[in-house]
Write a protein that binds this ligand. Structure first.
Ligand SMILES: [Fe+2]
Length: 280
């Protein structure tokens, strides 16, 4: 019978009801790929996947990619699985995780198309905080007034890790600051992304620093306004994690962020599906 998709909010999110027996079939994978394009976030409650199962599902969704090799230290998960944790024994650069407290897209400052999908399993949830929020940049663009859409046409933003870490720069130990903020590339992307699917999404979030050809303050104000617009309740969804939950989202059509949490052992296992569309 395949998977059954239950909408969470009008413009974002579906809960996926599927048995573990069927989850790894090509038919269900095809349904999920389609629904990911339509709904942006897919939630598999209490799926309790092993790394091997998560990787198998990742492979069914597209080509596996790992764009974070340099941040790993003493990883205790399978190859190609990135552990999101504040535990310094595992993640040598917890600043990266602090940076995820702010709206962002994954893989925007690396030299490859942004990952199509990010897949996250909750291995251990935070005692407090740690919910993940998703904001649909597709719904956000669709609902912009036509005059604002026209104003965005052709605009390009400059993205960097330094920009994404600027809200927490003074929380990074001074001796590490230069090294940490210089990771990644400085990349210019159009704000409006016309997709092969016919949809339009936006490339925004804390990596976006300035708008080309605009005074710095004007550009930053515009980027802030677009981010706030996309984050409004109608276009966003907050996931309250339960242990074993598995969430897949379209990284090319959404920003995400985590509600701040302390290191009480929260552990998420992330895999990624390579993007096939360069931002253009
Ligand atoms: Fe992220």
């Amino acid at each position: 019978m395949g998977a059954v998709f239950e909408p969470i909010k009008p413009y974002i999110g579906s809960i996926v009801h599927v048995s573990k027996d069927e989850m790894f079939t090509e038919e269900v994978a095809r349904q999920c790929r389609e629904m990911l394009d339509e709904r942006t976030v897919l939630v598999f409650p209490r799926a309790n996947l092993t790394d091997a199962e998560q990787l198998a599902f990742t492979d069914l969704m597209g080509a596996r990619v790992d764009f974070t090799t340099r941040q790993k230290a003493n990883q205790t998960a399978a190859e190609d699985v990135y552990q999101v944790t504040l535990d310094k024994k595992i993640n040598r650069q917890p600043e990266y995780v602090l940076g995820t407290f702010f709206w962002h897209m994954d893989g925007i400052t690396v030299d490859m198309p942004p990952p199509k999908a990010s897949l996250l399993s909750a291995r251990k949830v935070a005692a407090k905080g740690g919910q993940t929020e998703f904001a649909s940049t597709a719904a956000a663009y669709d609902h912009l007034p036509e005059a604002e859409k026209a104003e965005l046409k052709g605009l390009r933003a400059v993205h960097s890790v330094a920009a994404s870490l600027s809200p927490i720069a003074d929380a990074i130990p001074e001796e590490d600051r230069e090294r940490v903020t210089s990771i990644g590339l400085v990349k210019e992307h159009p704000i409006v992304w016309q997709r092969e699917s016919g949809r339009t999404t936006m490339v925004i979030g804390t990596t976006a620093d300035t708008v080309v050809g605009m005074p710095v303050a004007h550009g930053r104000a515009l980027l802030h306004r677009l981010t706030e617009w996309a984050a409004q309740p109608d276009f966003s969804y907050r996931h309250q994690w339960e242990e074993g939950d598995f969430v897949v989202w379209d990284n090319t059509a959404a920003m995400h962020r985590v509600i701040p949490y302390d290191d009480t052992g929260r552990m998420m296992h992330r895999t990624s599906v390579a993007g096939t569309e360069a931002v253009s």
